[in-house]
Design a protein around this ligand. Structure first.
Ligand code: PEP
Ligand code: MG
Length: 575
């Protein structure tokens, strides 16, 4: 039945395909005891579910290795080893034979117990297995109860994925060859799902409240991620109309590609650096294709998230070397140290539950507490820098003490490498992300201790306005064009320039066409964004006079409301 709904378009494009719905079903097994002669039947129900899970995971290992690479396959190999552990089988069998539980209840309880045991162990590697155990347990339980699971990592035909929400790990493990678009009920413009969709250039609409009420799976869906519209079971005329809109969009995108070799320079000669945000070596092709002058943000957390264990120094070194060597010595790459926690979990590490994870143990806070993890990463970055030009950037800094502590650990790594005779990049530049109001207010002090700033407007907006960046209920209040955010940006740029340093921006605002002229006028030196946004931002800058941009920025900084800023900035167009 025809159904239409709206959401927030977060990655430009239009897709038309059948829907696949990811609807995790809550399974709550009945605790009823089995009949005195029922154990045999429950045991075989369990062993069939176990065997089926093994087969499914083996197929996943194969398909993931073939379609997505060895690293993705490793995640499922780890699941296989959990499944084959005899303790798991014995624990569940005992629950059936001795405690007289039915198979689903025995599986649920057994998994809960084993996962809890692992979580209490002191060895961090073993602790991290708890997440694998839960995931495998869920699979066995689904098999035993007949609950269906949709495998996003090996889809067999083109589709649009619809879900209530997608965790970053779910998004990362998606089969991008067959995912033409996605729509979620939750999420906002800067949720990590949105960011990944932009870097993969997959049209996406998030915050589409109620969309799952209209989709049950298998229907044709039009996903208009230019205007944020989702049409389920469209008419033939609608399909034809959107096919045309899609062709126009692709043509415009093609035309912008012609700007690739031209500098990001205003008509009166003021130049800016346009760089790409990447999540790993896989995003480099896009950065090169769209003419990025460097990488302004390498989100290294994906190397950790898309893994079964904390990546070793060698694994990290290999990834960073690939990125830096590919970009070349003329194109600097800013590597952000681990920014995990908040909405970013690790499949193999159980973060303690926190009431306010965005204000909790995340990013640099975790790294300063876990020096072992931090040093592994810093050593890998320093070593990889030899192959090109790397810069290090610390996230979520709120104080000079944190910055100095991080720098001290970096210095320790340098000393170690020197003593070991291992080559590393001696002249590596060090910067911080300015994404907390504290860093904004202290920018003049912090500037003396860094080589550069990069403004993270995704978090800076969230923390300045006290508006959760992922909460759809208050998404209307999440506004990076709020004058408070603009004034913060200006303050940071001015503080860096006064100290002879430069400021970039790697939050989503850097790729927002409404903001390009304002940011240029405020004196931002570098804009780093999803690679595919580079051509349209470049076009805006090339069509500008710097003197006009400055005047525009001045007016915006004097504005009383975000709406006034928007009026001054002018309408936002698609490419
Ligand atoms: C930011 O906060 O603006 C940023 C770039 O970091 P992330 O989106 O990864 O939190
Ligand atoms: Mg951030």
């Amino acid at each position: 039945m025809r159904f239409e709904c709206r959401g927030i378009p977060v990655s430009d494009g239009i897709a038309i395909a059948r829907a696949v719905v990811l609807r995790p079903v809550e399974i709550t097994p009945d605790p009823a005891e089995i009949a005195p002669d029922g154990a045999e039947a429950e045991l075989s129900r369990f062993s069939e579910a176990l065997a089926a899970a093994k087969e499914q995971i083996e197929a996943l290992v194969e398909s993931a290795a073939e379609r997505l690479g060895e690293q993705q396959a490793e995640i499922f190999r780890a699941h296989l080893s959990v499944l084959e552990d005899p303790v798991l089988e014995e624990t569940i069998q005992n629950k059936i034979t001795q405690e007289r539980h039915n198979a689903p209840y025995a599986i649920a309880e057994g998994i809960k117990e084993i996962a809890a045991l692992f979580q209490q162990l002191r060895d961090p590697y073993l602790q991290e297995r708890a997440a694998d155990i839960r995931d495998v347990g869920r699979r066995i339980l689904e098999n035993a109860t007949g609950a269906a699971r949709v495998e996003l990592s090996c889809l067999t035909e083109d589709c649009i994925v619809a879900a209530r929400d997608l965790t970053p790990s779910e998004t990362v493990s998606m089969d991008f060859a067959h995912t033409l678009g996605f729509v979620t009920e939750l999420g906002g413009r800067t949720s990590h799902t949105a960011i990944i969709s932009r870097s993969m250039e997959i049209p996406a609409v998030v915050g589409a409240a109620g969309v799952l009420e209209g989709i049950s799976g298998g229907e044709t869906v039009i996903l208009d991620a230019l205007d944020g519209c989702v049409v389920v079971d469209p008419t033939a005329a609608e399909i034809e109309c959107y096919e045309g809109k899609r062709r126009d969009f692709l043509r415009r995108r093609e035309a912008l590609a012609a700007l690739r070799a031209l500098p990001a320079q205003t008509r009166d000669g003021k130049r800016f650096e346009l760089c790409a945000n990447i999540g790993g070596p896989g995003d480099l092709a896009g950065a090169v294709k769209y003419g990025a002058q460097g990488v302004g943000l390498y989100r290294t957390e994906f190397l950790y998230m898309n893994n079964t264990h904390f990546p070793s120094e060698e694994e990290q070194f290999a990834a960073y070397r690939e990125v830096t060597a590919e970009m070349g010595a003329q194109s600097p790459v800013i590597v952000r140290t681990l920014d995990i926690g908040g909405d970013k979990d690790l499949p193999y590490y159980a973060f303690e539950r926190e009431d306010n994870p965005f204000l909790g143990w995340r990013a640099i806070r975790m790294c300063l507490d876990r020096r072992d993890l931090f040093k592994t990463q810093l050593r890998a970055i320093l070593r990889a820098g030899v192959f090109g030009k790397l810069r290090i950037m610390f996230p979520m800094i709120i104080s000079l003490e944190e910055l100095l502590a991080a720098r001290e650990i970096l210095e320790e790594c340098r000393k170690e490498l020197r003593a070991e005779g291992v080559p590393f990049q001696e002249d590596i530049e060090v910067g911080i992300m300015v994404e907390t109001p504290a860093a904004v207010m202290m920018a003049d002090v912090l500037a003396a201790y860094v080589d550069f700033f990069s403004i993270g407007t995704n978090d800076l907006t969230q923390y300045t306005l006290a508006v959760d960046r992922g909460n759809p209920r208050i998404a209307g209040r999440y506004d990076p064009l709020h004058p408070a955010v603009l004034r913060s940006i200006k303050r940071v740029i001015d503080a860096s320039h006064a100290a002879g340093k430069w400021t970039g921006m790697c939050g989503e605002l850097a790729g927002d066409l409404r903001a390009a002229a304002l940011l240029a006028g405020m004196g931002l030196d570098e804009f780093s964004m999803t690679a595919s946004s580079i051509p349209s931002v470049k076009k805006q800058l090339r069509d500008l006079d710097f003197s006009d941009a400055r005047a525009l920025a001045e007016r915006a900084l004097a504005a009383a409301t975000a709406d006034e800023v928007r009026r001054i900035a002018g309408p936002r167009g698609h490419i």
